[in-house]
Design a protein around this ligand. Structure first.
Ligand SMILES: Cc1ncc(COP(=O)(O)O)c(C=O)c1O
Length: 440
């Protein structure tokens, strides 16, 4: 059996040194360098609700691969997917009946899905979906919301999380150097949950903007829920002004019910992206939408989308395992039951805490915003959040055996899986309460 040996502090320092010689910052993704720990998180192994770092420290995981491991780490369906793929020997660049079967399942589960196109990452999904939207509407600009996140590529890493002094910048703030200014001119940023602003923005820009892009549950900004009727208003305005309504459900898919936010809030977009947990921890995302839109993709239509590594069989089989699991009522009974214990506990702790803190949640994921006890309804409300408090909190919880991902100190999202037990949640609550006492 493959095993990684536990390393001493000195050995870890040497490994990190080796890592930095060959990987920028010693990591393969910038957020894997932990700002609270001031070093990278190197894993040794994971199983169920836990992972062990390379120093052998055991954590109850409240990140769960940013939501990808909704079934827990190393679920049985993944082992079956690996074994079956190996037996079939079909490893890449060919479709199989399993690809069609998974697409059929998604068309049954996701309200807006009449056709499905698989991608690996969520960023790839939103990138190609936006090309499709532009082809269909003939309008290049996108209306998006501050606080929402849609991946790291050039069309979406603009205007999402601007610093306070850039919040109203036009064209919107580019979230990385290297993103051309000309692309920012294609982005119109608005405040989520502001009905009047939404109406005014859509009316003003309908001649040049063809896509209304929404993260319906804004997990990436501390879990901001749509106000009652807001998604319906977006649907109505998109219809009235000929925009495509695009829900980015990479994160919100299968959080409280199988069909995502579109099922939970009863609003069907024209197109959506789903991902994260879809592959039961393997890379798998999908663009789903109305047939007339999706059939603009080649080979039926004229929009290019292809890739050597699209839809590998192992991810399809893992995806089939995942969709089977989330159609079991007992699965949701477990997820929602754990949520009741966790969220009532967190609310009580937040009330008792001397540090102002707000917890918002939907299904298996939740956000923590420091600096306020009031309901957070859009990005501006989160400007009171301080990174220092969040990083201190993450350090204190990990010192007590519970891993909250640091997200650079931002108000982002955390969550549990179906592999967590009520005992895990009880320990998490105790650790959160003790850790908050150390945050000033
Ligand atoms: C709503 C949303 N869209 C897109 C992405 C990008 O997905 P990926 O990290 O798989 O590229 C994320 C990732 O967190 C997300 O939460």
């Amino acid at each position: 059996m493959a095993q990684l040996r536990t390393l001493s502090g000195e050995e870890l320092a040497r490994l990190y040194e080796r890592g930095r010689n060959v990987l920028p910052g010693g990591v393969c993704s910038s957020t894997r360098w932990n700002n609270a720990w001031k070093k990278p998180v190197y894993a040794q192994r994971s199983k169920g609700s836990r992972f062990w770092d390379i120093e052998g420290r055991e954590f109850i995981d409240m990140s769960m691969s940013h939501g990808a491991a909704l079934l827990g780490h190393a679920p049985d369906c993944l082992k079956q997917a690996f074994d079956q793929t190996w037996e079939l020997g079909v490893l890449g660049s060919l479709d199989t009946p399993f690809h069609i079967e998974l697409a059929e399942e998604l068309c049954r589960i996701v309200p807006s899905a009449e056709r499905v196109r698989f991608t690996n990452s969520g960023s790839e999904a939103t990138l190609h979906a936006l090309r499709l939207c532009r082809a269909v509407t003939g309008r290049d600009k996108i209306i998006r919301f501050r606080g929402h996140f849609h991946g790291y590529h050039e069309f979406t890493f603009i205007g999402g999380h601007p610093p306070a002094d850039q919040i109203d910048a036009v064209p919107p703030y580019r979230e990385s150097v290297g993103i051309p200014k000309s692309l920012a001119e294609l982005i119109i940023a608005a405040d989520y949950n502001d009905f009047e602003q939404l109406e005014a923005t859509v009316k003003r820009h309908a001649h040049e903007a063809g896509t209304l892009l929404i993260e319906p549950i804004d997990y990436n900004c501390g879990c901001i829920l749509p106000e009652p009727g807001y998604l319906h208003a977006a649907r109505r305005l998109a219809d009235e002004h000929g925009l495509l309504l695009f829900f980015d459900e990479i994160q919100s898919f299968a959080k409280q019910s199988p069909g995502g936010a579109q099922q939970d809030f009863g609003v069907t977009p024209d197109i959506c992206t789903i991902g994260k947990s879809l592959g039961a921890s393997l890379p798998l995302s999908a663009i789903c939408g109305k047939a007339e839109i999706m059939d603009r993709f080649k080979p039926v239509g004229d929009v290019a989308h292809s890739g050597t590594f699209n839809a590998p069989l192992v991810s399809m089989l893992a995806g089939l395992g995942f969709v089977r699991e989330i159609q079991r009522p007992e699965f949701w009974a477990k997820i929602n039951g754990l949520g009741e214990i966790l969220y009532s506990g967190l609310d009580a702790i937040a009330k008792r805490s001397s540090v102002p803190v707000r917890i918002q949640h939907h299904g298996s994921r939740f956000g923590i915003t420091f600096g306020t006890r009031e309901k957070v309804t859009n990005y501006r409300d989160t400007l009171c959040h301080t990174k220092e408090r969040m990083l201190k909190f993450c350090l204190e919880t990990t010192n007590r055996g519970v891993y909250f991902h640091d997200y650079g100190g931002g108000a982002c999202h955390h969550g549990y899986s179906s592999a967590h037990s009520p005992e895990d949640i009880a320990k998490v609550l105790q650790v959160v309460e003790d850790s908050l006492k150390c945050v000033s």
